[in-house]
Design a protein around this ligand. Sequence first.
Ligand code: FRU
Length: 497
Amino acid sequence: MKTLQNHQENIERANKAIDKIKDQVSQHEWRLQYHVMPPANWMNDPNGFSFFRGEYHLFYQHHPYDPKWGPMHWGHVKSKDLVNWEHLPIALAPSEPYDKDGCFSGSAIEKDDKLYLIYTGNVWIEDGPLDEDLTQVQAVAVSEDGIHFEKLKENPVIAEIPDGDINIFHFRDPKVWKRGDTYYMVLGSKTKKNTGQVLLYRSEDLIRWDFVSIMAKGEGNFGFMWECPDLFELDGKDVLVMSPQGLEPEGDKYHNLHQAGYIMGQLNYNTGKFNHGALHLLDHGFDFYAPQTMVDDQGRRILVAWMDMWESEMPTQTHGYAGAMTIPRLVTRDKDNLRTVPVPELQTLRQHQVSYENVQVNGASSLNGVEGDCLELEIDIDPNEATTFGLKLRVDDEVNQETKLLFDQQAGTVTLDRNKSGKGPGGFRRTTVNMAKNVHLQIFIDKSSVEIFINRGEKVMTSRIFPTENATGISFFADQEMTIERLSKWELKQAIK
Ligand code: FRU
């Protein structure tokens, strides 16, 4: 019983630490209004994204004592509609010999009307060389009410690393799903020579797990470690979403420190082998990592990701908070590609609509009433003769600030440029886009973030930006006449208190 008490005590201590500082942090200008972020201090990966008793539950890697990464806890929010989120007490805190240095990423699943969390217990090996200084095991916690979690006495449920070409230090991020009566788990891993791979496990009860196979392994430029794997079926194909670390840049691709993408194919559940195609990125901006998906009661596959990047400068840290979730995105399959678009529920945030039709732009122009720092834009552009065109967001001419989205008709590319976005890191990201037809844009701006959905999820670009409060301008530009066929702008309500 002693151990459970420790867990509870550690949770209470962490909740108190957050309660003490959250009011100081809550009014800061860069705090997001409709994205999930911790009340204060640090978060990274989404964890345990699930549906339990009619509500969406979302957990996250959380350090409640500091705006920097540290001993990981699981923060927790829930929602009835994927839009209005309620903060709940911290769900997991380090407390046991097997997780004393951190409750790392993992997933959640409902079983017998209880919510189970499956996570990685991390323990540092003192004086171990970098990257060989961790012991990682898999553990389970259970809740009757979806709020208070007890770690199982059977923990760790996976303590041994299987034989084979498997690195013994990096063994983490369990994602569990049910197929028929059997539970399956994918785990992030690497080979002894540092190639990313994913392991497959099987269980009848979430407690006793059998190792099935090394399900997939990187070939060529595929990174040294695959973090946060997530396997699901979508319209007859199996999709493995994961976050490969350390891919080398190739042309316009892979310029973030780590990537997040998917491979698609067929998993043979008998052999445990995954036949798959090439890696595709899920997002082409700067800040998108460790995505996790869940399926809801309507059978929809929904994805959220950490809207930041490891080792990136985070100017909010000096104000007592860091890290956020992307807006929830609906995942659909279009042949061998995934499309991700904002969940339609986000439309309930819209207010004060301003609309335009058939506006010609030649040079630069702005539109009355189209401005702000917490808004959604939906735009249809016919580029006509324009070879380069686009828009600038969060503009403040006086201090020369702007975040630019530039289309190049001939090159067939779109570039997101944050070199003049304000504080924080600059740079640009570029990707290809289909411009054979009109360009459709859906853009979400929130105090210190921008998420751009191009051609209904053909490409998505996500970025944190840290402009000044006055940077609320929006302008359009084109080197020859182009037509904004339709434009709507909505202010968005605050959804996370
Ligand atoms: C991914 C990750 C996971 C790990 C967690 C630790 O961002 O490195 O692999 O479980 O973060 O916070």
